[in-house]
Design a protein around this ligand. Structure first.
Ligand code: HEC
Ligand code: HEC
Length: 457
């Protein structure tokens, strides 16, 4: 925290000392050049990638619903490419629903995922050391991967993203499904869970069994003849990993393939801000420059939204309410604390990376903000949304105090923002938008091995 305060102090000094060699530049540019220099701000340099055999395996797994328990949902169902790899929904809709994106709201029996789906832009970058809203998959201080599987994490994942990519497969409401207790076939985990219900209640035990059973489903058993889908996946893994036999493919190979695909398919081009950082002073409009100065200066956004992805990959409390649905109980999502089991981490969430943020609504971990403006205003004054939440549901009142108690003290140092300030900040955030390097035509396959082609979007 001390370096953060020092940084913010530095901006104050910078703003007061414009002059010298910069004197001939228009004032905003001079201030911004100093800010860029003082913070060591670098541009994003996209890495060109193409779909090689490993990525093609990842692409098949990403779009093929055969990987889910009831074979009815794919990664692409929620991570919709045309919507910036999010789904446009406040909360994701899991198994039991039909269609993609907002179409999924029509299914009233569907299982809700109590968090806003995250987009995949630049997720292949090594900057992403922390994945998910609560960072439950991350690269730990000693470089080792830390995940909900603890010591039992299979060895061989190449990156935090590769490990993160396989956990959705084992989440009951997201892709795995549940037992037939309520008799619902469209949410049944099928052959992916093959153990007594008592062992199946143990998350680690079940997850490892699901991974093994998924490999059997996709690749078949050694010695028995593969079906058509298994033959297609065997061909893909032989191409992707020529040094090993299909029978020695592990969940780590699938995670690495998914991560390789996500990396090349969602890598971003440079945005106007990157061009500006590299010296193109006309890449930003005058208002966008004013917004940038607010972002790095008076608004103190950079205290948390730092680096090339605009996140410190750390966790802060913003007092964002759940509106009824919660990951841990009806009104509660403990956020970071669920990953660390530490009381002081309750209600903290990962600082949202801000590239393409104008495209990725709704916003906030519970999708409670329907505009970027509302999300920004909430940082300086959480009362209106907490108040509206309890008007709607009196039970929310009981949680507002807990959320406020966990509010980051860094936010108290932010000045009140005027309407003009918020408008300028939004102008600046627009300069963080860019297209993916890879076209949709190349990123989306023509068909998937199982033939269930309904999520090719
Ligand atoms: C039912 C909708 C749904 C499906 C299906 C789904 N996801 Fe997600 N995904 C989400 C939601 C919601 C989040 C945010 C959850 C959280 O952070 O706890 C998320 C987050 C992620 C993240 C973290 C991104 C980041 O910025 O940290 C990765 C990686 C990811 N999903 C990969 C996948 C892969 C790979 C698949 C398919 C194997 C998949 N997801 C299937 C809804 C879904
Ligand atoms: C104390 C750290 C901190 C500061 C300072 C901060 N933010 Fe945030 N910001 C966060 C966190 C954490 C989240 C996610 C909170 C959640 O959903 O629970 C977030 C979310 C957001 C979102 C929503 C993103 C999304 O994808 O849902 C926007 C937009 C945003 N911040 C912009 C700003 C701007 C503009 C400023 C400066 C005026 C700012 N932030 C200052 C930590 C911070």
């Amino acid at each position: 925290m001390s370096t953060v305060s020092a940084g913010a102090l530095a901006v104050g000094l910078i703003l007061g000392t414009v002059g010298g060699a910069m004197a001939d530049l228009p004032t905003e540019d001079a201030v911004l050049r100093k800010i860029i220099h003082a913070y060591g701000i670098e541009s994003h340099r996209p890495v060109e990638g193409k779909l090689g055999p490993v990525e093609l395996l990842g692409q098949a797994l990403f779009f093929d619903p055969v990987v889910s328990g009831p074979k009815s949902i794919a990664c692409a169902t929620c991570h919709v490419r045309a919507k910036g790899a999010g789904d446009d929904l406040r909360l994701a809709v899991g198994l039991g629903a039909k269609g993609v994106g907002t179409e999924r709201l029509a299914s009233k029996d569907a299982l809700m995922i109590p968090r806003n789906a995250l987009p995949f832009f630049n997720r292949g970058s090594t900057d992403f050391v922390v994945l998910f809203w609560d960072g439950r998959v991350q690269r730990g201080p000693n470089g080792a991967l830390e995940t909900p599987l603890g010591e039992r994490l299979p060895q061989g994942f190449e990156s935090p993203l590769a490990a993160a990519a396989v956990f959705p497969l084992a989440e009951p409401d997201e892709m795995l499904g549940r037992s037939l207790v309520s008799g619902k076939v469209d949410t049944y985990h099928g052959d992916l869970v093959t153990m007594g219900s008592e062992e199946a209640d143990n998350f680690q035990e079940r997850t490892l069994v699901v991974f093994d059973n998924l490999l059997l489903r996709l690749l078949g058993e050694s010695g028995s003849a593969p079906n058509a889908v298994q033959s297609a996946y065997r061909a893909l893994v032989v191409d992707a990993f020529p040094a090993i036999t299909p029978d020695s493919v592990k969940i780590t190979h699938l995670g690495n393939a998914l991560a390789s695909y996500i990396r090349v398919a969602f890598e971003l081009e440079q945005s106007p801000w990157d061009h500006y950082v590299e010296g193109n002073l006309s890449a930003l409009s005058p208002d966008q420059k004013k917004g940038a100065i607010l972002f790095f200066g008076k608004g103190r956004c950079v205290v948390c939204h730092s680096g090339k992805q605009f996140s410190d990959f750390s966790f802060h409390g913003l007092s964002v309410p759940q509106l009824g649905v919660g990951k841990h109980t009806r009104h509660i999502d403990y956020g970071r604390a669920a990953a660390t089991s530490r009381g002081e981490d309750r209600f903290l969430f990962r600082t949202s990376p801000l590239r393409n943020v104008m495209e990725t609504g709704p916003w906030g971990h519970s999708g409670v903000f329907s505009s970027v403006e509302a999300a920004i205003r909430h940082h300086t004054n959480p009362v209106p949304i907490l108040y509206a939440a309890q008007e709607r549901d009196p039970d929310e009142a009981a949680y507002a105090g807990r959320l406020l108690a966990a509010r980051s003290p860094l936010l108290a140092e932010m000045p009140p923002l005027t309407n003009d300030d918020v408008g300028l900040l939004i102008e600046y955030l627009r300069t963080l938008s860019s297209d993916t390097v890879m076209s949709d035509r190349e990123a989306v396959p023509k068909h998937v091995p199982s033939g269930a082609n309904e999520f090719l979007n």
